[in-house]
Design a protein around this ligand. Structure first.
Ligand SMILES: Cc1cc2nc3c(=O)[nH]c(=O)nc-3n(C[C@H](O)[C@H](O)[C@H](O)COP(=O)(O)OP(=O)(O)OC[C@H]3O[C@@H](n4cnc5c(N)ncnc54)[C@H](O)[C@@H]3O)c2cc1C
Length: 444
């Protein structure tokens, strides 16, 4: 039997999840990362967002634990803090502090680099995976007789070989992926791109945790009431008894990476609590900034003749507004699609075009939610249908009700963590209250 080889392009969270899943189907997997895959200490230049708060939603956490069994306990041993999303998070949203009910939905709070380091160690320990670190993929190679089919990848001069053949190539090289460009160059079709422009920015700084707050809350979160406010702020615990403080916002509403401006900006959030706490905390890092134009999606599903053996996933496929904390969870859910579909692909029962279309089904609900929320700001381009206006009206009612109504908070947290179907937000016990609350001011 011929040996089967798969290549994964990109060694961040999505690439590691994909490589691990592929290793149970292929004889050999090669993961290619342009940065230093083995360096657990320094910043990864290819993943600049790792310096900012990263929340892993419950559904993403569950799937990652299935793919890497024992990952969560490793995170806990390394210092991740478990926090109930209702009880342990002191949250100001839609103009009021929320009551702190237990929701049963907990998150593991730690730095993004801790999570990625643990996952990368799993990859290094997997005998079926070879990592080509500090190696850049320069292009894709296709067989051109008959229907287009992937042949392999082209590598830069740091690699032991300049071309590497594969039966399957999975591009997980992030937002800056060049697959669309490479397909166009080969004459395999133009890939449409959608960008929902919201001019997002983040600024973050690490502080020593102030112990006097330990029994008050684990996370302090201030969210806006859009479109009136345009920025959020959070104090989030990370390993090493530290806080990662992040503020970010829409349409230019975020500070420059400057220490004084950072603290001043925190005072412009709807409540000044983060600023007051941080003023007396000891900074342990510089202020780090980040800006992106908005949510971006590439429509590979519309390419008429999709090359056999090619899959694009993670941020390379769809890179969402990070303020909704969905990116890593989508990577996990997409890796889960690979896990379910690759055995069928190997038997020749489906093509990679089918897999690519199934990935779209994973991202679509998250994309629609993110775009719908971004549409609350008048600057966001796009048509506001009647359905969207109703969603905004009902959604703001839900946020207001969740401040004091346990079931609404629990359901809302479950839905945003992708473990409860959104239809649950419309069940009578919640819907009646939302509507009555919304109508009350109108009728006194
Ligand atoms: C400020 C910010 C905050 C965020 N917060 C959250 C959050 O709270 N929760 C959440 O779930 N998500 C969050 N996200 C989104 C999350 O960071 C991404 O969705 C996630 O990192 C995507 O993973 P990926 O593996 O697809 O791509 P990336 O993490 O972008 O990694 C791509 C990898 O490919 C490598 N690479 C690129 N080109 C090549 C090449 N030619 N050859 C070889 N290697 C290459 C890069 O070096 C990099 O390692 C946030 C994003 C930002 C910007």
């Amino acid at each position: 039997m011929r040996e089967r080889h798969a290549i994964v392009l990109g060694g961040s969270i999505g690439g590691c999840l994909a490589a691990e899943v592929l290793s149970s189907v292929f004889d050999r997997v090669t993961l290619i990362e342009k940065g230093d895959f083995d360096d657990n200490l320094n910043e990864r230049r290819g993943v600049p967002q790792e310096k900012h708060v990263h929340l892993l939603l419950l559904r993403g956490k569950q799937v990652m634990e299935e793919i890497f069994p024992g990952l969560l306990s490793e995170m806990e041993r390394a210092g991740a803090e478990i926090a109930d999303q209702g009880y342990d998070v002191k949250c100001f949203h839609y103009g009021q502090w929320k009551n702190r009910f237990h929701t049963g939905v907990s998150a593991h709070y730690c730095s993004r680099s801790l999570l990625d380091n643990l996952v990368r160690r799993r990859i290094q320990a997997n005998p079926r995976i070879t990592v080509l670190s500090k190696t850049r993929v320069l292009g894709l190679k296709f067989h051109r007789e008959g229907a287009p089919c992937i042949q392999g990848v082209l590598l830069d001069e740091s690699a032991p070989v300049r071309e590497l053949a594969a039966d399957l190539v999975v591009d997980v090289s992030g937002r800056g992926s060049r697959t669309a460009e490479w397909l166009a160059k080969e004459g395999l079709g133009e890939v449409k791109k959608t960008l929902v422009e919201t001019r997002l920015g983040y600024a973050s700084r690490v502080y020593r945790r102030r112990p006097e707050f330990a029994d008050r809350w684990k996370v302090l979160l201030v969210l806006p009431k859009p479109p009136l406010n345009r920025a959020m702020g959070v104090i989030s615990p990370i390993e090493g008894d530290r806080w990662l403080v992040t503020t970010g916002g829409w349409f230019g509403e975020f500070p420059k990476p400057d220490p004084e401006e950072f603290v001043r900006f925190l005072g412009t959030l709807p409540v000044p609590d983060i600023q007051e706490i941080i003023r007396d905390a000891e900074p342990l890092s510089d202020v780090m900034g980040f800006g992106i134009p908005g949510s971006q999606r590439r429509h590979y599903e519309d390419v008429p003749v999709w090359p056999q053996g090619l899959v694009v996933m993670g941020d390379a496929l769809c890179s969402m507004n990070p303020l909704y904390s969905q990116g890593m969870t989508l990577c996990a859910l997409e890796a889960d699609v690979l896990r379910q579909q690759l055995p069928l692909w190997k038997q020749g029962r489906i093509g990679t075009q089918t897999i690519q279309q199934l990935l779209v089904q994973v991202i679509e609900p998250a994309w629609n939610m993110a775009v719908s929320e971004d549409m609350r700001f008048p600057e966001t381009q796009g048509r506001r249908s009647l359905g969207l206006k109703f969603n905004h009206w009902y959604g703001s009612g839900l946020c207001e009700l969740a401040a004091s109504h346990r079931l609404t908070l629990q359901t809302q947290v479950g839905v945003t963590n992708l473990v409860v179907p959104p239809s649950q937000l419309f069940r009578p016990k919640i819907a009646v209250r939302v509507v009555l609350n919304k109508l009350r001011p109108r009728f006194g």
